[in-house]
Design a protein around this ligand. Structure first.
Ligand SMILES: [Fe+2]
Ligand SMILES: [Fe+2]
Length: 372
């Protein structure tokens, strides 16, 4: 039975010092090396015995798009203008929904919130870019380590999808925005853990379910909010791929988990909990605040406070996907319901009956069909 300390390196999930201690030391290096564990598995069983995966593979082949020719790259992007337009169109007033009394942003005016809007977009798209590279590497690993031929076929199409996603976000950042951010340390820590784990299903759980589940929610939110036509179209294309990826994860893991015992399922629950917390830490975007002249400690204290509010937007974005997906996989209530208890302590069980990503994918398919 692992403790919080063993899973997260801290006893209290909101331990301020421990959260501040997570930093990445090699942001100035061109490369980051991770030990990849796990056996490359050959299978001599070429039988197409998993028709649902086969169907997904056929769909993936038909849904390929070309990042260079299918998107309107000649669109002019004026970032400040876009931030203002988005705010206007969505009726958002910066900072107004939070109680900023006694904080460094209490005195922020429109100019500061505008600058923050630009920086946070640079940061968010940078994390999309780095996360997509994580997905590229993880999916290449899945091709090697998954024992089923149908899953190897499908995963190979996903490698192509992820390469295209890295390509589009990289081009968008390079040619339309000003300023990149390095990978967030909590995200890097999670991806390193996923790659380092030798069990093939943990790559799926970490990447296909947790990271991609959150990415889909984040892309969906930005797609809804942005008035910038190139980014809107780019996100719509990427989301169609991502929904398929999560569906691939859910299909594969449902089958695999059905054959696992209580102790093995408990390890999966602990990993889901770890991944959820890493992603929650990531949402604090420390570097953006530092760029804005607000120190990490102050903003972390503030956000930990906000997090305890009910219905806070940071929490909703993350857990409204993760909790239903864990439930769909049977992890929420497996064994003695350990994960239900942990998510209960975080106050996020209200999302358990929200739409899971598998159902969302089916719905998106139907909507696409209806739209012709
Ligand atoms: Fe992707
Ligand atoms: Fe993906």
């Amino acid at each position: 039975m692992a403790t919080n300390h063993e899973i997260l390196g801290r006893n209290e999930v909101d331990d301020l010092e421990a959260i501040l201690a997570i930093t990445n030391s090699d942001v100035d290096e061109v490369q980051h090396l991770v030990q990849s564990n796990g056996d490359a598995i050959f299978t001599w069983d070429y039988d197409r015995s998993r028709p649902a995966l086969g169907k997904l593979y056929e769909r993936a082949k038909k849904s390929q798009w070309n990042a260079q020719t299918d998107l309107p790259w000649d669109t002019d992007v004026d970032q400040e203008h876009v931030v203002l337009e988005n705010a206007l169109a969505n009726n958002m007033t910066f900072g107004s929904e939070l109680d900023t009394k006694g904080t460094p942003f209490e005195k922020w005016g429109d100019a500061e919130w505008l600058a923050f809007g630009v920086q946070s977009q640079n940061w968010t798209l940078s994390q999309f870019l780095h996360g997509e590279q994580g997905a590229l590497i993880c999916t290449a690993k899945v091709v090697e380590t998954v024992p089923w031929i149908d899953a190897k076929y499908y995963a190979a199409t996903q490698v192509m999808d992820e390469a295209r996603h890295v390509e589009v976000f990289s081009r968008y950042l390079d040619t339309k925005l000003e300023g990149h951010y390095p990978v967030n340390p909590a995200l890097q820590l999670l991806i390193d853990d996923i790659i380092g784990d030798s069990r093939w299903d943990m790559t799926y759980m970490g990447m296909q379910i947790m990271v991609e589940g959150l990415a889909l929610a984040a892309f969906g939110f930005m797609h809804q909010v942005t008035e910038e036509p190139l980014l809107k179209k780019l996100l719509r294309y990427v989301m169609a791929d991502e929904a398929r990826h999560v569906a691939f994860g859910v299909l594969s893991l449902q089958e695999y988990y059905a054959g696992l015992g209580a102790a093995e399922l408990r390890e999966r629950q602990e990993f889901a909990f770890e991944a959820a917390l890493r992603m929650r830490d990531r949402l604090m975007m420390h570097r953006v605040w530092e760029t804005m002249g607000v120190d990490r400690r102050t903003v972390t204290e503030f956000l930990l406070g906000v997090r305890r509010m009910r219905n806070n937007p940071f929490q909703a974005a993350l857990f409204s996907k993760i909790v239903p997906n864990c439930k769909k996989l049977g992890l929420l209530d497996a064994g003695d319901g350990w994960l239900r208890q942990k998510f209960g302590e975080l106050g996020v069980l209200e999302y358990e009956d929200w739409e899971d990503t598998g159902a969302e994918y089916e719905r998106m398919q139907l909507e696409q069909k209806a739209a012709g």
